[in-house]
Ligand binder design. Structure first.
Ligand SMILES: *Cc1c(COP(=O)(O)O)cnc(C)c1O
Length: 430
């Protein structure tokens, strides 16, 4: 009895902590990747791209094999591998023909590379609010933000839950907009019968080491549009030097870069892709266990999964009803951290609040591209434009960063115990 009471004292108040040894870091790599990489190194060919009209314009053997496998896996017509998903986003915005001063609507909750890929083309990101349930871009807010300058929507499957693509597509068709689908956090997730990422004009995935599968750095672009695929391939590989050979008449935004992914990364990517389904399934099983164990905790709204959607839990994001439980989020987060739980995050960045947008300073010091004569002058980044995202960030969103750890059953048990212990002691945190 005495023992139980001691054990039950919160670690933040001097009690024993629940998690004594840090969880093992997430690692999706194994012997197959080692072997695949070794073979490439032994071949001596680490890349075979040539940035000119040449038979090697589309890269070497592993690049082509990886792209072919991705094509079959995601069931798309074209795959273009790139050296990061940031590069992929830049190529996508360029390929759809965004011009200086054009506006692209992007959710305020995403990775910063989404809006910067727009600014990259001297275009203007317009931040939309999110849905309070899925945390994805809010269709009502998209409509509210459409202006005569709007050319595209960037939909991001934040935390691993698919965006509301049917409604987004309807809006896009009505206003003649292109859709870019950022599925960096939702590879292997399904929306109705399609993989996320495949329902935009262009979509894709990140292969950065934080993601479900990775090659260290890398990205995958997908599209079913022949012309867009060609434009993506040109932007990936010094297109200006190759357009003649490809008989390209429309050269707008065909400014070439080196966004090429190497042979080693593609060889590793081939092995990683084979593991994607199991990794995703295991992530879902872990999240479902957490949900079934935490569902009775007061004032805690667990992640919801919309009908015909798979949530692949890049992050397990919850909402705390502060007024109901009478404890600040930070006290809960601190109490969980004291119990030894690493990777609990409060809120999520509201990108419209970044200094770059608050000050409207990107290229040079004069305010370009916002001050360009091509840009609409009253683009608004004030606090208050995304009330749902702002409230969640300021007060109520609490996430377990699922991409950080490789949770086994014992870890999972401890994680759940830590939550239950903190919730059992809420009155002591007031
Ligand atoms: C990780 C991520 C990116 C950027 O991908 P990189 O491969 O790291 O460049 C873009 N968008 C979202 C939503 C991401 O999570």
């Amino acid at each position: 009895m005495v023992n139980r009471m001691i054990n039950n004292k919160l670690a933040i108040h001097g009690g024993d902590k629940i998690i004594k040894n840090p969880f093992v870091k997430y690692n999706s790599l194994g012997a197959e990747e080692v072997e695949a990489a070794r073979k490439v190194v032994e071949s001596g060919v680490l890349s075979q791209f040539i940035g000119a009209d040449d038979k090697d314009f589309l890269g070497g053997e592993k690049v082509k094999e990886f792209e072919e496998l991705c094509k079959n896996y995601f069931n798309v017509k074209h795959v273009v591998s790139v050296n990061s998903w940031t590069s992929g986003l830049i190529a996508a915005v360029g390929a759809i023909g965004i011009e200086p001063g054009d506006e692209v609507i992007v959710p305020t909750w995403t990775m910063c590379a989404c809006p910067t890929s727009i600014v990259h083309w001297n275009a203007i990101p317009v931040f939309a609010d999110i849905e309070s349930e899925t945390f994805n871009i809010n269709p009502d807010s998209i409509i509210k933000n459409i202006t005569y300058k709007t050319k595209a929507i960037m939909a991001v499957d934040i935390f691993g839950h698919p965006s509301n693509m049917k409604v987004i597509r309807e809006i896009a068709d009505k206003y003649n907009l292109k859709v870019i689908s950022d599925a960096a956090q939702s590879p292997g997730s399904k929306y109705f019968n399609s993989y996320t990422g495949t329902l935009g004009d262009i979509g894709g995935y990140s292969l950065n080491y934080h993601k479900h599968i990775h090659t260290g750095e890398g990205g995958i672009l997908v599209t079913n549009d022949d012309l867009l695929a060609e434009r993506l391939r040109l932007i990936r590989n010094h297109g200006e030097a190759a357009v003649n050979g490809y008989d390209i008449k429309n050269i707008e935004n065909i400014i070439g870069y080196n966004f090429r992914l190497g042979e080693i990364e593609c060889a590793i990517g081939i092995e990683q892709l084979k593991k994607l389904k199991d990794l995703v399934d295991s992530r879902i099983r872990i999240a479902n266990t957490i949900s079934s164990e935490l569902k009775h905790l007061d004032g805690l709204q667990l992640p919801i999964v919309k009908e015909n959607c798979t949530h692949v839990y890049y992050s397990y994001s919850m909402k705390i009803n502060i007024t109901e439980i009478g404890v600040e989020r930070s006290q809960i987060a601190n109490a969980l951290a004291a119990e030894g739980l690493d990777g609990v995050a409060e809120g999520y960045a509201n990108l419209h609040m970044l200094p770059m947008y608050q000050k409207k300073i990107a290229y040079g010091s004069s305010g370009f591209p916002w001050n360009s004569e091509l840009s609409r002058k009253d683009v608004n980044y004030n606090k208050g434009i995304c009330p749902i995202a702002e409230e969640l960030h300021d007060n109520s969103l609490l996430s377990i960063e699922m991409c950080m750890h490789q949770l086994n059953d014992h870890d999972l048990e401890l994680l759940i115990k830590a939550f239950k212990k903190v919730w059992g002691n809420l009155d002591k945190l007031k």
